[in-house]
Ligand binder design. Structure first.
Ligand SMILES: Nc1ncnc2c1ncn2[C@@H]1O[C@H](COP(=O)(O)OP(=O)(O)OP(=O)(O)O)[C@@H](O)[C@H]1O
Ligand SMILES: [Mg+2]
Length: 386
């Protein structure tokens, strides 16, 4: 297992996520469509690649990232292209030959605002065209279509096209999922680094996704994280003690594989120069990790692009305060909301999105919010708040 920091992890580099994979396969086998819920960097894309690399029998998985789609037509183009391109059709060899032959024979002339135009001159709306595409899938096979960055796509469509098209896409998907015959052939798995729930709530479209089976991807539990660290250390020939490993886990606290990999990478750099690992080296490694601006900046930039000006300034002030004091209470939140002229509902929604998107939680006391990750808190404090 290599120490991978940032890229999708696959094959031998994937640290087992037994519970999440079992949750996902149970939901898939029960016939549900899935929404993979987890904040940024928790490991959603890697989990989807695990399904892609090691599917159960009779399932045909495909992974599609739709982040760069800014319109409905562009979204569907990505889906149709992925299903008809050689890379996918050749992977069907010996598994679903009939389907592969059918896909290879399909000619799509254009995908535009009008819908999908086939080589035979038929122009069908996206949903009908999509049904036509999968019609020849073998009876005993099921497609798992994993759509990554779906919420970002919806947000792009709202911003660069219009709300109507975003609603129409959400509705089309809902209708496909409600179609029993279709659902026997296809399972959708949606994921993204921003919360789909909060994006659709903003346009009053929660009802279009309330049929999805939400699978929560949590941080590693302590025992798993400990084994993960030990395994990374062993591979990097770093000698640690139980005390130092525990100290490291205490400092990271929100035990997502990404932060573990990031800090271990910094430890390795220090260890290479002075092969001795104690708590102060861990502190130094964390400090050095915070200088990797590109690993953290999206936490701030996504707020900037996803929120209105007043909402952004409010969210930033809330996070600044938590990063200074380690917590914020409801009274301070209300005062900040009035300062930025946000009404109570709007402020509550904003705080909810910060919770959904993995910035903060109020798990210990409903009136007190803290950062999930002390690492992110330190970064925010150093680079945004001060
Ligand atoms: N199962 C895993 N085993 C080892 N490392 C992992 C695992 N999952 C995630 N990571 C670490 O976290 C990083 C991010 O993983 P991934 O891209 O899968 O997360 P994500 O939730 O899709 O992130 P984003 O929200 O930014 O799209 C990886 O580069 C790797 O360092
Ligand atoms: Mg991802």
């Amino acid at each position: 297992m290599k120490n991978v920091v940032g890229q999708v992890v696959r094959k031998a580099d994937f640290w087992q996520r037994k519970f999440e994979l079992e949750d996902m396969w149970d939901a898939i086998n029960s016939g549900s469509h899935l929404l993979l819920c987890a904040p940024r960097r928790v490991g959603k894309t890697s989990l989807m690649h695990k399904i892609l690399d090691e599917p159960q029998d009779n399932y045909i998985p495909i992974y599609i990232d739709t982040e760069s789609a800014d319109s409905q037509a562009e979204f569907w183009k990505k889906i149709f292209n992925a299903l008809t391109e050689e890379k996918f059709t050749s992977s069907l060899k010996n598994k679903a030959q009939l389907f592969a032959d059918w896909l290879k024979g399909i000619k799509i002339t254009s995908i535009s605002i009008e819908g999908v135009e086939f080589g035979d001159g038929d122009v069908l709306d996206y949903k009908v065209a999509f049904k036509r595409l999968i019609k020849d899938l073998e009876q005993d096979k099921k497609l798992i279509i994993m759509i990554d960055e779906f919420a970002q796509t919806i947000e792009n469509i709202i911003q660069y096209q219009d709300v109507q098209n975003a609603l129409s896409l959400l509705k089309a998907h809902r209708e496909l999922r409600q179609d029993t015959e279709f659902s026997q052939k296809v399972t959708f798995v949606y994921a993204g680094s921003i919360g789909l729930e909060s994006v659709v709530a903003k346009i009053g479209a929660s009802k279009h996704i309330n049929d999805l089976n939400s699978i929560k991807v949590s941080p590693l539990i302590r025992a798993e994280a400990q084994q993960f660290v030990e395994s990374l250390f062993a591979n990097l020939s770093i000698t640690s003690t139980a005390e130092v490993t525990n100290y490291l886990l205490d400092q990271i606290d929100w035990l997502i594989p990404f932060y573990i990999q990031l800090i271990v990478q910094e430890i390795k750099k220090l260890y290479r120069r002075a092969p001795n690992l104690d708590n102060s080296v861990v502190d130094q490694a964390i400090n050095n990790a915070l200088d990797n601006r590109n690993h953290f900046e999206s936490w701030q930039s996504k707020l900037k692009t996803g929120l209105e000006k007043d909402e952004y300034l409010f969210a930033k002030e809330v996070l600044n305060k938590i990063s200074n004091d380690t917590f914020i209470n409801s009274l301070d939140i209300n005062n900040m909301a009035s300062k930025h002229k946000l009404d109570e509902n709007n402020a509550r929604e904003n705080i909810q999105s910060l919770v959904y998107d993995g910035y903060i939680n109020n798990n210990d006391d409903s009136k007190i919010y803290k950062f999930n990750s002390p690492i992110l808190r330190m970064w925010w404090n150093k680079n945004v708040a001060n």
